[in-house]
Design a protein around this ligand. Structure first.
Ligand code: G3P
Ligand code: CA
Length: 253
């Protein structure tokens, strides 16, 4: 079953990387949540995509230069624009979550894909995941574009599945070989780089015992094609559309 992974939560419908976006993703039938992690000045794990607060909140400046308490004062719904060019989430008390907060909340049966954006957050992220419910359920994976970060996560916890995010236009086949050599469980190319027929790459990955994910798929025809080919999962901003397209989640055992 190809997993519907909500990219920064249901980020097409709610402000990215907020608890609301994660809650909506689960309500829409996502199989897993994808989120991004940075380290704050006081060593806390802030769940935010960018290095700075500027694009997504009403505050400015680098995450690494602020304490978590300072970051929690930011309005994480400030810049989300609704279809009518309004800002419907301003002042709605949406905050930048912490990774432990998400781990505590994450409902049973929902997976988690943790993208480490800041290499200095690797050890704390691995440590936070070590005692988590989602880790005990074997439903979490750590991914990064940075090979040294993935290697470090893998070294710190060899049983924690790690995946290699490929930048746009990066060749998937050499990355697959690299993943085998370095003990990564999966590669995650840019969706476009899978080409018109992702079948041969998925078959090759299977032969190597690796999984293939990809980012970001919002087109229903592509979702269907990837599911038929048995892709591990795809990241989407529209988990509701993905669920309708692929059909309901199988009932839990
Ligand atoms: O799942 C991978 C994807 O999230 C990588 O891109 O920029 O959204 O973090 P980005
Ligand atoms: Ca990400």
């Amino acid at each position: 079953m190809t997993l519907v992974v909500a990219h920064r939560g249901a980020s097409g419908d709610a402000p990215e990387n907020t608890m609301l976006a994660y809650q909506q993703a689960v309500e829409m039938g996502a199989d897993a949540i994808e989120l991004d992690v940075h380290l704050t000045k006081d060593g806390k794990l802030a769940v935010i995509h960018d290095e700075t607060l500027d694009r997504t909140t009403n505050l400015a400046g680098p995450v690494a230069a602020k304490t978590m308490a300072q970051i929690r004062r930011a309005d994480a719904g400030y810049h989300f624009e609704g279809p009518d060019a309004s800002f419907p989430f301003r002042g709605k008390k949406l905050r930048v979550p912490t990774l432990p907060e998400v781990l505590e909340w994450l409902p049973e049966g929902i997976g988690l894909v943790v993208e480490i954006k800041a290499p200095e957050s690797t050890a704390a992220t691995v440590e936070a995941l070590r005692g988590s419910k989602v880790r005990a359920a074997n439903a979490v994976t750590v991914i990064s574009f940075d090979e040294r970060t993935i290697d470090e996560a893998h070294r710190l916890d060899p049983e924690l599945p790690v995946g290699y995010l490929l930048v746009p236009f990066q060749s998937a086949e050499p990355a697959l070989t690299f993943a085998v050599e370095h003990g990564y469980a999966a590669i995650h190319p840019w969706e476009v780089d899978l080409g018109l027929d992702p079948g041969p790459l998925i078959t090759l990955a299977r032969a190597y015992g690796r999984l293939v994910g990809c980012y970001v798929v919002n087109d229903p025809d592509r979702m269907k094609q990837l599911a038929v080919l048995g892709l591990w999962g795809f990241v989407t901003d529209l988990p509701g559309l993905a669920r309708v397209t692929l059909g309901p989640r199988p009932a839990a055992d």
